[in-house]
Design a protein around this ligand. Structure first.
Ligand SMILES: [Cu+2]
Length: 460
């Protein structure tokens, strides 16, 4: 199990200019709950993989050894890095074959809570992911800090039917969530993956690691949703959370909420004050009968065995994080960039296995061709009945509009939820990353594999 607590980095680690890791991907028998024996894949023998840490300015050298028996790569999600280090199979590198290795080396940019994962086939679904923290020396110091990967064990037998559009997994959004409240009567159910366990850092409640805090402490949580298909809402009973970073990037202004809304592949940094002695559950909310497993106890000294205060598996009456709450309502719609793209996210009729951009599946989707320093704007319109967590490799974009409302303060992100049933979302980014081919895709693993993907391509 990976350790949740982030101790201060040693003088020696801070003094070094190069941080080296070896990441060996291989089979893992994963049993977070009794009776479950998941044939997983993991880095260095664990799901999730080890927590990697560098200080902004240090160079990362990660030797990847593939012992999975299938092709694999490592994608460094949220990083601006040389294109050949991006780990996109078939785009920036061929898959590393079974028994092969690859050296990833770059200076991690920008600082913040980021992650790494397989970018070939089903590796991410089976457990090839982990968090990487690029410490920002300018950050406000936390009295305690916890790195928490929220992840779930997929029923692999439901993956193929989901891709074929004939699955029968139930919708598990918590009551009061937008996907559930905005469902139309004829919306499809059951076209996604089902899960057999819900975890935080490789364990399920009550075996999750307890998070020890002290009264008066200012505590930082770094939270990643590594679920391949589902948005996760996260709540700490008895506390409001102050969100400071989205996808590792500082928000224009902190925002205080009851719950986080963490789309697939998103990260949030959230803080809370320990006002009094106690024990409280930090929970991932959903309507799955086993949702209670995705929880960890936060407690003060001597309270580790006290019955923890918990939250209902519902968002009714809860003030949860939205882009509009974080960005505020602006006065005018964002102007279009030099290059502007309107992308309609859609799919075929029921039973289809196609998830499309402007009617096409990758690689036939319209691609974004840029010249250096072009200002690019993209507006997504979601004609489907599911949210789409759209991700761009190698860039930080700004969300400038959501559901027809311009944001007063654009939000810097690398993954953003385009809401179901005619939701819209606008991005703005500068084409100033290293030249190459950068994938732009839905991070729902099923939608990505079924074609909802394109590329941003730099003219040489
Ligand atoms: Cu999608």
């Amino acid at each position: 199990m990976i350790v949740a607590t982030l101790p201060p980095l040693s003088e020696r680690a801070l003094a070094s200019e190069l941080v080296q890791y070896t990441l060996t991907a291989g089979s893992v028998r994963f049993s977070p709950v009794p009776g479950l024996n998941f044939a997983g894949l993991g880095f260095n023998g664990t799901i999730p993989g080890p927590l990697l840490r560098v200080v902004h300015g240090q160079r990362l050298r990660a030797k990847f050894i593939n012992k999975t028996g299938q092709g694999s790569t490592i994608h460094w999600h949220g990083m601006i890095l040389p294109n050949k280090m991006d780990g996109s199979e078939g785009v920036t590198q061929p898959a590393v074959p079974p028994g092969g290795s690859f050296l990833y080396e770059f200076s991690p940019e920008p600082p913040g809570t980021r992650w790494y994962h397989d970018h070939v086939g089903d590796g991410l679904l089976r457990g090839l992911f982990g968090m990487i923290v690029v410490e920002d020396p300018r950050d406000q110091r936390a009295d305690a800090e916890f790195a928490l990967v929220f992840h779930d064990v997929p029923k692999m037998a439901t993956v193929e039917p989901a891709m074929m559009g004939v699955g029968s997994a139930p919708m598990v959004d918590p009551l009061g969530s937008p996907e559930l409240t905005e469902m139309a009567p004829d919306d499809k159910m059951g076209d996604e993956v089902a899960f057999s366990a819900h975890c935080i850092n490789g364990a399920s409640y009550p075996n999750t690691k307890r998070l020890a805090v002290k009264v008066g402490q200012h505590v930082r949580l770094r939270i990643l949703n590594a679920n391949p298909t589902q948005t996760r809402y996260v709540r700490l009973a008895g506390h409001r959370l102050i969100v400071t970073h989205s996808d590792g990037n500082p928000l224009p202004a902190p925002v205080e909420v009851d719950a986080l809304r963490v789309g697939v592949a998103e990260r949030y940094d959230a803080w809370f004050e320990v006002g009094a002695p106690g024990a409280w559950l930090l929970q991932g909310l959903s309507t799955d009968p086993f949702a209670y497993e995705q929880a960890a106890v936060v407690h003060t000294e001597g309270m580790e065995n006290a019955p923890p205060l918990s939250s209902p598996q519902s968002l009714e009456g809860a003030d949860y994080f939205t882009y509009l709450k974080a960005g505020g309502t602006g006065s005018a719609m964002p102007p279009q960039g030099v290059k502007h793209y309107d992308f309609i996210l859609d799919d075929g009729k029921y039973g289809s296995s196609r998830w499309t951009i402007n009617g096409q599946t990758y690689p036939n989707t319209p691609r974004i061709d840029v010249r250096r320093n072009d200002l690019v704007t993209v507006r997504f319109t979601n004609k489907t009945d599911m949210d789409h967590p759209m991700h761009l490799h190698g860039h930080v974009f700004e969300v400038t509009e959501a559901d027809g409302v311009p944001l007063a303060r654009p939000l810097p992100k690398d993954t953003s939820l385009v809401r179901a049933n005619d939701g819209t979302l606008s991005w703005r980014f500068r084409a100033d990353s290293p030249a190459g081919r950068w994938l732009l895709h839905c991070h729902n693993a099923i939608h990505m594999m079924d074609g909802m993907m394109t590329e941003v391509v730099y003219a040489i």
